[in-house]
Design a protein around this ligand. Structure first.
Ligand SMILES: Cc1cc2nc3c(=O)[nH]c(=O)nc-3n(C[C@H](O)[C@H](O)[C@H](O)COP(=O)(O)O)c2cc1C
Length: 215
């Protein structure tokens, strides 16, 4: 049943844009910005949603979706608690990967690199810019713990909403703003005939080196 349903689904049906792999910037961050703008203009839903992959202490991979908060010369930024599986995994092993997929354009971007924390000032600014509900849930500081009952969550949230009413500038101590400095970035443009175009950037001793990859 599932097999037939899956076979009936289309993938990379197009129309899809072309990708001129000769006309690209030296720095993959510039190409990412340009592709990101294309995704926004094409109406891709939540183009800033990305998969963050990490590994645990046994070397077993883990992955979840997060929201991209910023991209600058340092890399790709995201915000989360430093507790819970991803926080612990990144503290043990700062090597991570980010993956974007923009369906309507048939484009995938894969980033591999090292994650580090932004300074406290930037972290606080990010936290205070979050809507009150998002700040209250972050202040509960229990992401990914076992939830005993919905009431437990409601009570904890009400407590934090009250703390925020008393102190609107409160920042969750376990909140983190993280930056992924890229070592490798791959741009993948899907093709309806499966002649996908792949451009791989690697950061070497003298700067960014690019090569094309087989589809
Ligand atoms: C669209 C979307 C956006 C999300 N954005 C974030 C985010 O920015 N930060 C975050 O901590 N979790 C975010 N999550 C939840 C994570 O996927 C994940 O459930 C949570 O961070 C716990 O991860 P962990 O158990 O691996 O630590 C988002 C989930 C989705 C589906």
């Amino acid at each position: 049943m599932m097999k037939d349903e899956l076979r009936a689904l289309k993938s990379l049906a197009g129309p899809l844009p072309t990708f001129d792999m000769e006309e690209v910037p030296d720095d993959p961050r510039l190409l990412f910005s340009s592709w990101f703008r294309d995704a926004v203009q094409a109406g891709v839903e939540e183009p800033h949603a990305m998969v963050l992959s990490t590994v645990d202490e046994q070397g077993a991979p883990d992955a979840r979706i997060l929201i991209l908060k910023h991209l600058d010369h340092r890399g790709w930024h995201f915000a989360s608690t430093d507790q819970g599986p991803k926080g612990r995994q990144m503290a043990l092993n700062p090597q991570v990967a980010l993956t974007f997929y923009w369906t309507r354009l048939g484009r995938q971007v894969r980033i591999r690199g090292m994650v580090r924390r932004a300074d406290m000032h930037e972290r606080d600014a990010d936290f205070l810019a979050r809507p009150p509900g998002a700040r209250a849930i972050a202040l509960t500081a229990r992401q990914s713990e076992r939830l005993a009952s919905p009431r437990e969550l409601e009570e904890a949230l009400e407590l934090q909403r009250e703390r925020l009413r008393q102190g609107p500038d409160l920042v969750a101590p376990h909140w983190g703003l993280f930056i992924v400095a890229p070592r490798e970035v791959e741009f993948w443009q899907g093709d309806t005939e499966r002649r996908h175009r792949r451009l791989h950037y690697r950061h070497g001793a003298t700067g960014w080196v690019r090569e094309k990859l087989w589809p």
